[in-house]
Design a protein around this ligand. Structure first.
Ligand code: AMP
Ligand code: FES
Ligand code: ZN
Ligand code: ZN
Length: 320
């Protein structure tokens, strides 16, 4: 296996690009793909204030690293979700990365700032963990970006993530979500601009980038993700990709080129009709926003559950 550029020994094959690369040229390839996405989708310029949402996983650490190498100064934001040891290790990986490079990192701990963590919030609000987690993260990303006046909020979503979400939305023709599925969502109505510079790179490339660059990331998957529909969509797409290399890339980028614009009007009108949440001021369709409702339920006093022995004693009037 030889590098497409220098004919030296290749360390990675990328069938979707019909190419193999040595470590040096793979590194250059990753930087070029990110630079290309930033330019093509007009994500941001050198004077924009950038905030990267960093989970401690491979994608967000890689995007933070690549942006710095491309000459963009970006600060980080880590949200402590309180998912046991998984969150502890994620926070440590993020802090270690920021410290080693002298980067500014904002941290918001869900439990200390809002009184609940993801497992508690999801139980109390009877929402799937990923739904409580996503809602909390989105609210915090928006409010930190607004509070510190950042121009763009960057996430580490990669091609596999975007193709899987698109697949799910197309399966059910969820047109209101399809319009939001862009690598750039413009700022407006209280939301910062949202950008995804890794859309041209897949999960496998991002893991290889981190390993070859010596970036230590949180390898474990979130323990609450089991049953998440998107994992199934990713598997299905990987299966298709293995038989038809490049299918994932074409599915997503041909959608952007040929179909996305048809769904944007719905999204824009949805956004324009939002009003400030009566409690926190975040944009919402009406009244109290979904995040404030989640906080209210997650922090409401829970009914005390008694053990069967205690219950029997109390029912029979025995002193406890
Ligand atoms: P996920 O929704 O876990 O696939 O993550 C998608 C993107 O959201 C990541 O690439 C990060 O940019 C961001 N993100 C996820 N979890 C966190 C977190 N705990 N703190 C900050 N950003 C996060
Ligand atoms: Fe869904 Fe962690 S709660 S991935
Ligand atoms: Zn080479
Ligand atoms: Zn609110």
């Amino acid at each position: 296996m030889k590098c497409r550029v220098c004919r030296g020994a290749a360390v990675i094959d990328l069938p979707q690009h019909n190419a193999n690369f040595c470590a040096e040229h793979f590194d250059r390839f990753c930087l070029e793909q990110v630079a290309k996405a930033i330019k093509k989708f007009k994500m941001f310029g050198p004077n924009d204030r950038l905030l990267v949402a960093v989970s401690g996983g491979k994608d967000s650490l890689a995007v933070w690293d690549i942006l710095g190498r491309l000459g963009y100064a970006a600060d980080g934001l880590y949200v402590g979700l309180g998912i046991g040891e998984y969150s502890d290790a994620s926070g440590e990986a993020t802090r270690a990365f920021a410290t080693s490079r002298g980067l500014t990192l904002h941290e918001v701990d869900l439990r200390s700032e809002y009184g609940y963590n993801v497992p508690e919030g999801s139980r109390a609000a009877k929402r799937a963990p990923c739904s409580a987690c996503g809602l909390s993260k989105r609210h915090i990303f928006d409010s930190v970006a607004r509070e510190h006046d950042y121009d763009a909020l960057i996430t580490g979503h990669n091609l596999d993530d975007e193709a899987a979400v698109l697949f799910g939305n197309v399966l059910r023709w969820q047109t209101e979500y399809l319009g939001r599925q862009m690598p750039v969502l413009p700022a407006g109505n209280g939301f910062p601009r949202k950008v995804k510079p890794l859309v041209r790179l897949g999960e496998r490339e991002m893991a290889a980038y981190c390993v070859l660059s010596g970036i230590e990331y949180q390898i474990d998957e979130c323990p609450m993700a089991a049953g998440n529909k998107h994992l199934g969509y990713k598997e299905a797409l990987n299966d298709i990709e293995s038989k038809s290399p490049g299918a994932k890339f074409a599915f997503y980028f041909e959608y952007l080129a040929k179909a996305a614009e048809h769904f944007q009007a719905t999204t824009e009108s949805d956004r324009d009709s939002l009003e400030p949440c009566v409690n926190c001021g975040s944009p919402t369709p009406s009244g109290t926003c979904a995040f404030c409702r989640l906080v209210e339920r997650a922090t409401a006093p829970q009914p005390i559950t008694m053990s069967p022995t205690r219950r029997r004693r109390s029912e029979s009037g025995q002193p406890q």
